[in-house]
Design a protein around this ligand. Structure first.
Ligand code: HEM
Length: 403
């Protein structure tokens, strides 16, 4: 591990821990950092520095601390050409605060509720079956990520939110462009402006042709004066850039985890009553949330004898908290029957994941559909998954399987 002193802060800076190449992780350093350096200072692959918290108790407090705000996902870390005080590029739901954020949460609480998601289960299952149909009786091996685990959450999100699935060919590349750090600021901003235009025109269409979907709910809230138009646009943008990606990664990593432990795959397939607890355990154990929640301090915060200064970035590492042995007995072991499981995968506080019930439903339906349709699913012999190793949050880009 490289350690270099940073001029303005009296704390050594380490490179951001990354999962070992060709794996989902977690990074090997979590255990040592939790024990010896619970508030570390790290340098991200793109050069910016941040505080890095790995203990359960700290992460739980920091992620809900009102002294920490969410920077726009296109504006931190700053990109070349970006000046402090520039207009933020992409405002999603996460950057809204105060009464506007509360109004949006209120408008969406019913459509994202357990009851509402439960009523959608047959349609979610239909999407899974539609994508799995070509596997049954099809050529083997096949790629489970590209043909199922990637399109499935996009299809479900589109149906629920009211975005035509066919349009994903248009918005997926633009969402990548808006988020992509390698593109110039100008290219990122152009992609963002196209996504804004797209969502605005979709909201107009819902006004003329209402549907049974979330955008229609938001249009009605705007008409009743309980929500402003910009907040509805922010929600639409959140869905275009983030309403499926985390789910895809979780599903791909969870399925790979189970296929790597064929006994556990068979146990869950044959004992479906274990499903609710098993889904919680997969959410805890699968280490995707390796530093994707980025916060900025608006005032000084003292922690473990160190000062997080106003303006500093802080990464509460949910995936590291989820393996903390002080809370989870034998935390590095997958235990599908784990009883007490207060994992932090969906965050906490006012910005906690509004899609948590949907994400649970997607994982449940995904596994049930695989068990029913491809009961002998296994990793394809002689074929390795492909990984993209630059990112701290990883899932296989391909998953060759036989069935
Ligand atoms: C396994 C899958 C998922 C995981 C692990 C996950 C995780 C998270 C986390 C940790 C946060 C809080 C971030 C913060 O504190 O800044 C969050 C927020 C959010 N998530 Fe999820 N998420 C998942 C799936 C989804 C899905 C399927 C949707 C919707 C279709 C969704 C929509 C949102 C939205 C809109 C927010 C922002 C909430 C707000 O700012 O009030 N998520 N998610």
């Amino acid at each position: 591990m490289n350690t270099t002193p940073e001029p303005d802060v009296d704390v050594p800076v380490i490179d951001m821990p990354l999962p070992p190449p060709g794996t989902m992780g977690p990074p090997e350093e979590y255990g040592r950092l939790r024990q010896e350096c619970p508030l570390a200072r790290i340098r991200l692959p793109i050069g910016a520095t941040a505080w890095y918290a790995t203990r359960y108790d700290d992460v739980k407090e920091l992620v809900a601390d009102p002294r920490l705000i969410r920077p726009s996902i296109t504006d931190w870390p700053p990109r070349p050409g970006q000046a402090p005080g520039d207009e933020p590029g992409l405002i999603t739901m996460m950057e809204l605060e105060g009464p506007r954020h509360a109004a949006l949460r209120r408008a969406l609480s019913e459509p994202f509720s357990v009851r509402s998601i439960r009523s959608r289960l047959p349609r979610i299952r239909q999407s899974a079956d539609h994508l799995l149909d070509p596997f049954v009786g099809g050529d083997q091996p096949g790629d489970l990520v590209v043909r199922f685990l990637e399109p499935f959450p996009v299809m479900v999100m589109c149906d629920l939110v009211g975005i035509p699935y066919e349009d994903s060919e248009y918005f997926l590349p633009k969402a990548d462009a808006a988020l992509g750090a390698i593109l110039t600021l100008k290219e990122g901003r152009e992609a963002t402006s196209h996504l804004r235009e797209y969502i605005t025109s979709l909201l107009d269409r819902k006004r003329r042709e209402p549907g049974d979907d979330m955008l229609t709910t938001l249009v009605r809230a705007c008409e009743h004066g309980t929500l402003d138009h910009e907040s509805a646009v922010s929600f639409g943008l959140s869905m275009l850039v983030a309403g499926y990606r985390t789910s895809t990664m979780f599903l791909a990593d969870a399925v790979l985890t189970l296929l790597t432990l064929p006994g556990e795959y068979a146990r869950l397939r044959d004992h479906r009553d274990l499903m609710p607890g098993a889904v919680e355990e997969l959410l805890r154990y699968v280490p995707v949330m390796n530093g994707v929640v980025v916060l900025l301090a608006v005032e000084d915060i003292e922690l473990h004898g160190r000062t997080i200064h106003a303006g500093d970035a802080v990464l509460p590492v949910l995936a590291a908290a989820n393996r903390d042995g002080n809370v989870f007995t034998d935390g590095d072991r997958l235990d599908l029957c784990r009883a007490d499981n207060p994992h932090l995968t969906f965050g906490r506080g006012t910005h906690n994941c509004i899609g948590a019930h949907l994400a649970r439903a997607q994982m449940t339906v995904c596994l049930e559909a695989l068990f029913d349709r491809l009961p002998d699913l296994r990793l394809a012999e002689g074929h390795q998954p492909i990984w993209e190793d630059d990112s701290p949050s990883k899932s296989p880009l391909t998953l060759p399987v036989s069935w």
